[in-house]
Write a protein that binds this ligand. Structure first.
Ligand code: GLA
Length: 380
């Protein structure tokens, strides 16, 4: 893919984030192992590039100069060392801070220290900053503070992707692009349950439109393959179909793909899912268009997404608890009436099955908590 230099987030960012699995339990050794696993287990080749440390990396207080300090027990060689290691592997380094006075876990936040902290991050070689919203002073202006950090990062002269995380407070889909962020969290935290995944999808369906090139709606880190283990897990986890639906939805919507599972040990079937070339290609499609929802039947959602090269993709996401046999995709509902005399050549993106050419509709089985994605081309 040809990229314009100096423009970040030309496609949904991809990487790994420590929070879902590790929470407070982070350290240098684990992070370097994760970095190695990204390279050795094919994630880097599949497109994942950011290694992001979430909350709990610093000391509880700033130093005398007012600077943030990495916890020497967790990161004995400091953050520049971690950054250099990650860069040597051809990957990028992400860090975390907060727009409030403290982070969500109670470490120092960047409120009123934005420019100082941006300089610290740049001096360490940081390429990505996740910016949270805890302990935000009541009278402060949320938009103005995200703008402040956005400009502080730019003032360093380093390309630092700005990942805002204000959980959907003050309708970020209406203004985050204007303050210069590259991705914005639009919902509360994800947990490793299907109820949580489904809740996030339901909450964002009518807010798709604002997510595109240069500034993407971030529906949180993936839980794919966690299988009930980790900081945001409940010991149970999801079924394969549910994880597949989650990954497919994130890809189909065009959301950032930040892996939250422990990629050092993730099961082979989930490694393959997270590296599914066709789903990632869909996620990274050059048009960067979010899907259009045409209709819903008992919590089974029918979308169409316009793709590059005049292709399109139908997405059927059955969030409901009942299997749907012979669910009908009615082309007329997607802007292709019978009178158009148009035929679509179709293929199932996940199974690879050729579905032939059809004029008016297509019938599909979509099991409960499962999805189908069908790529179509106009037949000439
Ligand atoms: C908030 C964010 C999470 C994570 C934690 C860390 O809850 O939404 O993604 O960063 O803080 O404390």
């Amino acid at each position: 893919m040809k990229k314009n230099s100096g423009i970040l987030a030309q496609r949904p960012p991809m990487g790994f984030n420590t929070w879902n699995t590790f929470g407070n339990d982070i350290n240098e050794k684990m992070l370097l192992e994760i970095t190695d696993a990204l390279v050795e287990r094919g994630y880097k080749e599949a497109g994942y590039e950011y290694v992001v440390i979430d909350d709990c990396w610093s000391l509880r207080e700033r130093n005398k100069k007012g600077e943030l300090v990495a916890d020497p027990e967790k990161f004995p060689h400091g953050m520049k060392y971690v950054a250099d290691y990650i860069h040597k592997k051809g990957l990028k380094f992400g860090m975390y801070s907060c727009a409030g006075t403290r982070t969500c876990a109670g470490y120092p936040g960047s409120y009123d220290h934005e420019y100082q902290d941006a300089r610290t991050f740049a001096s360490w070689g940081v390429d990505f900053l996740k910016y949270d919203f805890c302990y935000f002073p009541e009278k402060a202006d949320c938009k103005q503070r995200y703008l402040t950090m956005s400009l502080a990062l730019r003032s360093t002269g380093r390309d630092i992707l700005f990942s805002a995380c204000n959980w959907g407070v003050q309708e970020p889909w209406n203004w985050m692009r204007t303050v210069g962020v590259h991705m914005f969290r639009s919902t509360g935290d994800i947990f490793d349950t299907f109820a949580s995944t489904s809740d996030i999808i339901h909450k964002q369906i009518d807010k798709f439109n604002s997510s595109s090139y240069g500034c993407f709606n971030d529906i949180d880190m993936l839980t794919v393959g966690m299988k009930g283990v980790g900081n945001t897990a409940n010991g149970v986890g999801n079924t394969y179909n549910e994880y597949e639906l989650e990954f497919a939805f994130w890809c189909y919507f065009g959301a950032p793909l930040m892996i939250g599972g422990d990629i050092r040990s993730i099961d082979e079937e989930y490694r393959l899912l997270l590296q599914n070339k066709d789903l990632i290609k869909l996620n990274q499609d050059a048009e960067c268009r979010p899907p259009f929802e045409a209709y819903v039947r008992d919590d089974c959602h029918f979308f169409v997404k316009v793709l590059e090269d005049r292709k399109l993709a139908f997405g059927i996401f059955n969030l409901g608890d009942h299997d749907r046999w012979n669910a009908e995709i009615v082309f007329a509902e997607f802007g292709i009436p019978v009178s158009s005399n148009v035929k679509l050549r179709m293929k199932d993106l996940i199974t690879g099955e050729d579905l032939g050419s059809r004029a008016d509709d297509l019938f599909l089985n979509v099991k409960a908590h499962s999805c189908r994605i069908i790529v179509a081309e106009f037949e000439r």
